[in-house]
Design a binder for this molecule. Structure first.
Ligand code: SAM
Length: 279
């Protein structure tokens, strides 16, 4: 049996401390919080990585995820639109990269026009990033275009079963601009979209001629309804170890016993259909 790279939650916390300092335990410096402690372990497992593999991470922002993978010997291309964030990633790698780590290659790139040849990419991740891109159909097309025949794509995005007419109520004033899509008042680049099953199929699965081979929700009645979408979210960026506990204990229970309630996010794995399946 192949030993694939794993990133359990506690190791993510340890790496986050190594990369951004002890202060992150008290208050996070980027989006490293409950959702990432659920996403990074699952995404890493599903990518089926071995040391030396190369992952293309779309919309990385100032996430530590590429550096965490690099510490496991995996190489990562950061594909990020904002120059400042790409510079931040380069600096992080220059100051925190260690001998023997995988490489991190930060690149300014627009996911709607990926600077990559057709059919060449083996591993793609997009963690809570595609919902911020208004032309998501172009992104879906690009992912399908660059994906290798036996490639793997892991996407995590906000989810809704019905039409969503409000943004996270306790969070910020957002205005609806399209079906299930919102922008923050007075702020450029704050686009945010929720996806239903049909949107996911049309936007990402069909253009990649892929099938969904793994799927998991997160953020249901407890983690979302009692925490994230409530006033309790003032603790969202504080005390990271409580989020580690929630991810370790409450998240698996919600996914085991609470699946009748809607998840706020879904994570799924896509793999191209074999040609002789005619899909
Ligand atoms: C919420 S952040 C990503 C979080 C990150 N993946 C993590 O693991 O914490 C979304 C990122 O997507 C980037 N982005 C937005 N539009 C993009 C585009 N068209 N192409 C590439 N990146 C884009 C934004 O600049 C931002 O840094």
């Amino acid at each position: 049996m192949t030993d694939y790279v794993r990133l359990p939650g506690l190791r993510c916390v340890r790496y986050e401390v190594a990369l951004n300092g002890w202060r992150i335990l008290k208050h996070t410096v980027n989006d490293f919080s409950l959702w990432r402690l659920i996403e990074y372990p699952w995404v890493t497992k599903q990518l089926q990585l071995k040391p030396g593999d190369l992952v293309f991470d779309i919309g990385t922002g100032t996430s530590s995820y590429p550096h965490m993978l690099a510490r496991e010997g995996v190489n990562v291309v950061v594909l990020e639109l904002e120059h400042e964030r790409v510079r931040w990633q380069q600096q992080k790698y220059d100051t925190k990269g260690r001998r023997g780590d995988g490489m991190v290659y930060p690149v300014v790139a627009d996911a709607t026009a990926l600077p990559l040849p057709d059919g060449t990419v083996q591993h793609i991740s997009a963690i809570s990033s595609l919902e911020h891109i208004p032309d998501d159909h172009a992104v879906g097309h690009e992912i399908g275009r660059v994906l290798a025949e036996n490639g793997i794509v892991i996407i995590t995005i906000p989810y809704t079963r019905s039409e969503r007419t409000h943004f996270f109520e306790a969070i910020k004033p957002f205005r609806q601009v399209e079906r299930n899509a919102f922008v923050q008042e007075g702020k450029l680049g704050s686009f945010f979209r929720f996806y239903n099953d049909q949107d996911i199929i049309e936007t990402y699965v069909e253009p990649a001629h892929a099938q969904v081979t793994a799927w998991r929700g997160f953020g249901r009645r407890v983690l979302n309804g009692m925490y994230h979408e409530t006033r309790c979210n003032r603790y969202w960026r504080r005390w990271v170890l409580k989020d580690w506990l929630l991810a370790q204990i409450v998240h698996p229970l919600e996914e085991r016993f609470g699946t009748a309630t809607e998840p706020l996010y879904v994570m799924f794995k896509m793999e191209p259909c074999l040609k002789d399946q005619g899909l």
